[in-house]
Design a protein around this ligand. Structure first.
Ligand code: AMP
Ligand code: MG
Length: 403
């Protein structure tokens, strides 16, 4: 059986999806994690006036003597939020607080810690420089500049930036809706004791949690028995009500792996055997307008294939620009890895930071049923298709695990 190289699987996954066309206008205050549907251009300078970055005194630099202290007269007091109408003349200074606009005539802020004040008399030590402690208008964002491109996934500082531009509402792509189900006669929900042969449905929980982290709407279709009719009914509902249908289990080659057959009947399917470990068998397809991802049943495989293939595709559907997989090269430490087989391996690893040094080690056993290894990991260690041994000090490629 021909295995598809991981890089091709990723390329094909991204090529199959496109951004949701529908947009909506929402308050900036609730736009965290949403994706901009239009670029944002600064309507004015931020800050919109020259202002002081320190508490102290606004002075005219040319009034200051070089090589000795200078004495000036404080003629006004300027808290942040106030404005001065007067122009400051020769020998005059203004008491000024951080954020207040620079008074006309002044071009230097002397911090309060270095001056001496006696009534309205101010002594400024030598050694000041022109324009010190002044934040220029437009220093953060200049008027007319594109602040964010379309497709920007909004972060907390982005929300702050949009607000500093005076925006109260913003146009974003509508929320993506993903239907989730798990399959398996042995799979049960927590709440009843496990009978021999049963497992709790960790996959649906981890898939839903990973989707929550992406901020998508979730349609939970529960646990579906290994029965074609039941699977078909659930998939039909998912495809009718959501943009994406995500399943776990039933895509391997066992007698009860029925998901692939059902998709073939309901829609179209590409069944992929990907040259990756974990996550070899995967079903990618369409049911009506919905995109279908059939992930393997092993708890580690579900999360690995979700992170490496599905999540990037969901981000594109959400409106983000496709991005290459993040990869770093770091020294390997810890117990050696002996990798056999012919599939690219995404071994679970922990990136350690000790002082200025970083190194990555394996989480130990790499069996795809060991969910605790995924829970401990903060990176995948990428091992090539070919067999390889990795020893302390070798450089290895890692992919950060980001939800
Ligand atoms: P499958 O791909 O359906 O053959 O499942 C592969 C393995 O993953 C089996 O050992 C299943 O018991 C286990 N498994 C399948 N679905 C789940 C699930 N939802 N939660 C936890 N383990 C599962
Ligand atoms: Mg199964």
């Amino acid at each position: 059986m021909n295995l598809m190289p991981f890089a091709l699987a990723r390329e094909r996954t991204l090529a199959r999806v496109s951004p949701l066309a529908e947009t909506e206008t929402i308050p900036v205050a609730s736009a965290l994690g949403r994706v901009l549907a239009e670029p944002v251009v600064a309507p004015f300078n931020v800050p919109n006036h020259d202002n002081t970055s320190m508490d102290g005194y606004a002075v005219r630099f040319d009034d200051l003597a070089s090589g000795r202290d200078s004495t000036l007269t404080v003629v006004a007091d300027l808290p942040a939020g106030d404005q001065l109408t007067q122009t400051i003349g020769a020998g005059e200074a203004v008491r000024i607080m951080t954020g207040a606009p620079i008074p006309d005539g002044c071009d230097c802020i002397v911090i309060q810690e270095v001056v001496q004040r006696d009534g309205d008399q101010l002594t400024v030590p030598q050694g000041q420089t022109r324009a010190q402690n002044i934040r220029r208008a437009g220093q953060d964002i200049s008027a007319g500049r594109e602040v964010f491109a379309q497709g920007r996934l909004l972060s907390p500082p982005d929300i702050g930036m949009l607000t500093s531009l005076g925006l109260a509402e913003i146009s974003v792509h509508r929320r993506l809706k993903v239907a989730v189900l798990s399959t398996g006669n042995e799979v049960i929900a927590p709440g009843t004791p496990l009978e021999p042969g049963q497992v709790y449905d960790s996959n649906r929980s981890s898939m839903k949690a990973a989707l929550q982290a992406l901020g998508v709407d979730i349609l939970d279709l529960g646990i579906i028995r290994d029965d074609k009719k039941a699977i078909a009914a659930a998939l039909r509902k998912g495809a009718a009500e959501a943009d994406v249908v995500l399943t776990s289990g039933g895509v391997s080659v066992g007698d009860y792996d029925l998901v692939t057959d059902v998709i073939r009947e309901l829609g179209s399917i590409d069944f992929w055997k990907v040259r990756m470990k974990p996550g070899k068998p995967q079903a990618h397809g369409r049911i009506g307008d919905a995109i279908f991802f059939g992930l393997p049943g092993n708890p580690v495989s579900v999360l690995a294939t979700f992170l490496l293939l599905v999540r990037p595709a969901l981000l594109v559907m959400m409106g983000c620009k496709p991005e290459p997989m993040k990869q770093l090269v770091v020294p390997f430490g810890g117990d050696p890895i002996k990798k056999t087989g012919d599939r690219m391996e995404f071994a679970r690893g922990v990136l350690h930071h000790e002082g200025a040094e970083s190194w990555v080690g394996s989480t130990g056993s790499q069996n795809s049923g060991i969910l605790s290894s995924m829970s401990r990991a903060n990176v995948f260690i990428v091992l090539p298709d070919e067999p390889v041994e990795v020893h302390k000090g070798d450089l290895v490629t890692i992919v950060p695990i980001e939800y």
